[in-house]
Design a binder for this molecule. Structure first.
Ligand SMILES: [Zn+2]
Length: 269
């Protein structure tokens, strides 16, 4: 029986490993986009139905504009690196929600929400681009799918070789991975290595989109300064800020600009 479990696990590991172009890593991934995206899209629609979406204001338009530029930059980078059509299943959407919570997130497949509460800390379009780049990077790097896959590995152990995951179990795993079981839109924290990866990828994408990557360290300093206040930013509960993060972003900014130069982008807003 043990042997069977091992065989099943190895089979799935081999079958499900794929190299992510953004991280260059071959990661265990049981969940293809075709399985995760429909669940994410449904959760996203539910969230929008239950919250007040702002449209038609200059701020709402700014969120859309930054999102489109970030998405275009990601697609340009993929095209240039031999992955045309990699994001074909993405259905990009960028919404501003009227809520004082200091937060923003991106679900698999490019479903993004900014809360109005994060705008004062973002300060400018470039600050929005820092957050947008980072959140989109989590999606591009398949961090959510990896978390789901980790849950599946545990489950394989738990159910002794019964690797046939039924739909309700898959949904449950999705909810666990995204923390969406009870409160839709409340994301669980990613691991520190995923955070670092999203910082690095996000910085590159924002630079290719024409936004100054030097702003990233400034934004995290502002976020950190808010942490001691009466209402610490919700964003910090899933994105702990520390000096290492700020130092990394400062150190990586020149490389992000060099990457952008390959795409003819040499001046930044
Ligand atoms: Zn993050």
């Amino acid at each position: 029986m043990k042997r069977l479990i091992l065989t099943a696990a190895v089979f799935f590991a081999v079958a499900a490993c794929k190299t992510n172009p953004f991280t260059g890593k071959s990661t265990l991934n049981f969940y293809p986009n075709s399985q995760i995206f429909p669940m994410a899209f449904a959760q996203y629609d539910q969230f929008l139905n239950e919250n007040k979406v702002i449209t038609g204001t200059s701020e709402a338009e700014m969120i859309t504009r930054v999102g489109q530029r970030i998405a275009t930059a990601a697609e340009r980078w993929l095209d240039a690196n031999g992955y045309p059509g990699y994001l074909k299943d993405y259905k990009w959407e960028y919404n501003l929600v009227n809520d004082e919570t200091v937060n923003a997130w991106c679900m698999p497949g490019g479903k993004i929400v900014f809360y109005t509460g994060i705008l004062p800390i973002a300060e400018s379009e470039t600050g929005i681009a820092v957050v947008m780049g980072h959140e989109v990077a989590h999606a591009l790097a398949d961090h959510g799918a990896q978390r789901m896959s980790a849950g599946m590995v545990q489950q394989i152990g738990a159910v002794a070789g019964n690797v046939a995951i039924k739909d309700p179990e898959k949904r449950n795993m999705f909810n666990q991975a995204y923390g969406l079981g009870s409160t839709v839109g409340v994301m669980l924290p990613f691991s520190r290595s995923h955070e670092t990866e999203a910082d690095r990828i996000g910085l590159q994408i924002m630079a290719i989109a024409g936004y100054n990557p030097d702003e990233a360290a400034h934004l995290w300093r502002r976020m950190k300064a808010k942490a001691g206040g009466q209402a610490p930013p919700e964003f910090l509960s899933t994105h702990p800020s520390n000096d290492t993060r700020i130092n990394n972003l400062t150190a990586w900014a020149p490389a992000a600009k060099q990457e952008a130069a390959k795409f003819g982008v040499t001046s930044f807003k």
